[in-house]
Design a protein around this ligand. Structure first.
Ligand code: PMP
Length: 440
């Protein structure tokens, strides 16, 4: 593996050395997987990427999820070019594509009656929390342990690691997380206890969940979990917020809410929403709740202030609108899902045949391949396990080594443990990938 990176990735290596002198750590995304160094890419089309040294890869990173149609999808690219020729990327006024995109999302997502576009998933979650607090007049936010909702002060809280108890959480004053609580995934008793405790102390504004479980199902929740959380929210008058940044459109045009048949009060969208183009973030929800975004200076209406200079720019909107139309036309989520099933079944076969202590599981196009230790469904044992000396470090090291090995065999994954399939993943692509996984 090391020889591959040394001999076949010389231009990437030189570029990453140059990057380190002007970019902290040489990477722009602290969470990006970059072992032993980040590869630089120059071409992308469909299921494949090529790096600057001319090596070709099957792309299972899919930009971290957004490109459900495959990379650089031509019909969307063409519409983006047309829009740039017509009015350029920004107007700052209303553009028809804003309305068309909002109409389309409202049509597909059961819990979305109105939509407000923002710049990223992080921004959209921040906005959703502010909206929930404004609408309910309550303080507390409950999230599920290990879930990722972006990097805002109040929500980075709780990505616990042993010893420090925190991850990526320096520079956040205690007060910023003072009204964020955390429950272990699948633990409904704990959620009920927190909701009851909060009732006498300012009330719970919202319960935030990733509907597949923390980190897009890295810690899966049981089939009925979302419905039971919905019931608890109703009982305590808290709003249910689904963070569908990853699952939105990828699990189907109706998102995970369609799949599970559970309607959240507020939905957070990102990634696929703009088909892989920038400024992917939105809050959607019930009309009465969403109207708390309207009002402002000089009015008596309670208003949650959210916005941004480039929010809802025509370039992002044209890309999102045509990407979702193409998802409709092609049945992208179902097809990418079948590719995910085929890949996952193949991985299971390899794991069984070779007697490996690994686990592979998927929810359509979101495939998990765990090679770093036992998969923990029982949540209390998770924290116990992570207290074992150096266990977190060992797991991280294992993920990095596996990820680098996949890359050296022509497979780009997310952190060596997550795989996103796309519409471009034909049976031939998946079978090619399975041979490569088998070699690793
Ligand atoms: N929520 C979830 C579930 C996510 O996976 C992510 C990003 N991976 C975010 C929010 C944050 O989105 P962004 O990176 O666009 O800020």
């Amino acid at each position: 593996v090391q020889r591959y990176f040394d001999e076949r990735c010389k231009t990437s290596k030189a570029l990453s050395e140059r990057a380190k002198t002007v970019i902290p750590g040489g990477v722009q995304h602290n969470l990006a997987f970059n072992h032993p160094f980040p590869l630089a890419f120059s071409q992308a089309e469909g299921a494949h990427l090529s790096d600057v040294d001319g090596n070709r890869y099957i792309d299972f990173l899919q930009a971290g999820g957004p490109t459900l149609l495959g990379s650089n999808y031509e019909p969307v690219r063409r519409k983006v070019h047309e829009l740039i020729d017509e009015c350029g990327p920004v107007t700052g006024l209303l553009h028809e594509y804003e309305v068309k995109l909002a109409e389309l999302v409202c049509r597909h997502m059961p819990g979305v009656e109105m939509l407000r576009l923002l710049g990223s998933g992080t921004e959209a979650v921040m906005g959703a929390v502010r909206l929930a607090r404004t609408f309910t007049g309550r303080k507390w936010i409950i999230k599920v342990g290990g879930a990722y909702h972006g990097w805002s002060d109040q929500l980075v809280y709780g990505m616990r690691l042993p010893k420090t108890g925190r991850m990526e959480a320096t520079g956040i004053p205690r007060g910023a997380t003072g009204h964020t609580q955390e429950c272990l995934p699948n633990d409904l008793d704990e959620l009920r206890r927190k909701l009851s405790w909060n009732r006498l102390r300012g009330g719970t504004a919202a319960v935030l969940v990733e509907p597949l479980g923390p980190e897009s199902g890295t810690r899966p929740v049981h089939r009925d979990y979302n419905r039971q959380v919905r019931q608890l929210c109703d009982e305590f008058g808290a709003l249910l917020v689904f963070d569908e940044v990853v699952t939105g459109f990828r699990t189907g045009l109706a998102g995970a809410q369609g799949y599970f048949g559970v309607k959240p009060d507020i939905t957070v969208l990102g990634k696929c929403l703009t088909g892989g183009y920038p400024m992917a973030g939105a809050i959607g929800g019930r009309k009465d709740i969403m109207m708390s975004l309207v009002g402002g200076i000089g009015t008596t209406t309670k208003r949650a202030f959210v916005g941004g200079t480039l929010s809802a720019n025509p370039l992002s909107c044209v890309a999102g609108y045509h990407a979702i139309l193409e998802m409709e036309r092609t049945g992208a989520a179902a097809k990418a899902g079948r590719a995910g099933d085929r890949l996952c079944q193949g991985l299971e076969e390899i794991i069984r045949r070779r007697g490996l202590p690994y686990v592979s599981y998927n929810m359509g196009s979101i495939v998990h391949l765990q090679t770093s230790g036992v998969l923990l469904l029982d949540t209390s044992s998770l924290w116990k396990l992570l207290k074992v000396k150096d266990e977190a470090k060992r797991r991280k090291h294992m993920m990095e080594e596996m990820g680098a090995a996949y890359t050296a065999h022509g497979l780009i994954t997310l952190a060596g443990s997550r795989i996103y399939t796309s519409l471009a993943d034909t049976d031939e692509v998946i079978d090619d990938a399975l041979n490569r996984f088998d070699d690793v």
